[in-house]
Write a protein that binds this ligand. Structure first.
Ligand code: SF4
Length: 328
């Protein structure tokens, strides 16, 4: 039994490197530092937004939580249990409780199967219910995500992008999980469809007391859905805080730059747009010291030499920057 206060998910020092192979013998010539020393908690019924530019490692973190990738080091605890030490039965139970919604609804749905068959699959895998019972549950799932039960006989290509993402959501909630990893789940959708899908997710979250790990590159979208936000840069978390606080007073220069790109309704009250110079450095050889120093307008000599630790600034907020207190 877990204590009531134990977070649903605890990620501790999670690191995932991918080998780079080269030459005729495909010898390992380096490592892609996809995620380095990532730590966070996620409580029952809450949403953590994981945000950063494309390639910053956020999707790697999401997939490592489901053991789609094995961690290089670090630990992932679900309901207080380290998923690396789970036996088969525990892992099976954990996989019922942790689901994922991917970015491209079309690619994640088998084009040759009807929607009914796609949605029935989780029940078959977990040996739940008779055929008639499974069909009833599929009809219920479709209605829950705003689609007619009769659409069970149709194929994925007969649906729009937004409808396919609703089907992806129906599949994710089929087994009544406790946590859903939404990996860029709305990024491929038009803005108006995005908000419909987000509203559906929030409705289901309230109804089912779901925890969401909401991964996206768009801070505006993440802010709308999240209780807390963790900002990633080149494989590392560089700032965490509540969504309100990150939006109102970002501390890390990278978070400030991401926020400055969000359009504001009143142009007179707009923030200064901070344009980041240069490209994101290679994750194969990330810069020493502060990984952001090659693009930071406040970088000083110590930033090139010393790595800033992610330090608490008060309860629930932390930042990895040597100079955040003296920045404007
Ligand atoms: Fe910029 Fe230095 Fe802070 Fe890194 S530690 S974000 S380089 S000021």
């Amino acid at each position: 039994m877990t204590e009531l206060s134990t977070p649903l998910l605890q990620v501790r020092g999670l690191t995932r490197h991918f080998p780079v192979r080269s030459g005729v013998l495909l010898r390992t010539s380096g490592q892609v530092h996809a995620a380095d020393d990532v730590s966070f908690d996620l409580n029952v019924g809450e949403t953590l937004g994981l945000v950063g530019e494309s390639g910053c490692g956020k999707s790697t973190v999401g997939k490592t939580l489901l053991r789609l990738y094995e961690p290089t080091s670090g630990a992932v605890l679900f309901e207080g249990r380290d998923i690396a030490s789970m036996n088969k039965a525990e892992l099976r139970r954990m996989r019922r409780n942790v689901q994922i919604i991917l970015q491209d609804p079309f690619e994640s749905l088998n084009a040759r199967h009807t929607i009914g068959k796609i949605l029935e699959e989780p029940f078959i895998i977990h040996r739940l219910g008779s055929t008639a019972e499974r069909r009833r549950r599929v009809a219920g799932l479709l209605e829950k995500v705003g689609l007619e039960a009769a659409t069970a006989n149709r194929f994925p290509h007969e649906f729009s992008g937004g409808q396919r993402q609703r089907i992806g959501i129906a599949r994710a909630i089929a087994l009544e999980p406790k946590l859903i990893v939404c990996d860029e789940a709305v990024s491929a959708l038009d803005v108006s469809i995005q908000s419909q899908v987000i509203n559906l997710l929030l409705e289901l979250q309230r109804e089912m007391n779901l925890a969401l790990l909401f991964i996206a590159h768009d801070l505006a979208v993440v802010k709308h859905v999240s209780d807390h936000i963790a900002v990633m840069y080149l494989g590392e978390i560089i700032e965490t805080a509540t969504a309100t606080e990150i939006y109102r007073s970002p501390r890390h220069p990278y978070t400030q730059a991401l926020l400055s790109a969000i359009p504001v309704p009143d142009p007179g009250a707009g923030r200064e747009r901070i344009v980041l110079e240069g490209d994101v450095p290679s994750p194969i050889e990330p810069p020493g010291g502060c990984r952001f120093h090659t693009r930071c307008r406040y970088a000083q000599e110590d930033c090139r030499q010393l790595k800033p630790a992610l330090k608490p600034v008060h309860s629930g907020a932390s930042v990895a920057c040597h100079h955040w207190q003296s920045l404007g």
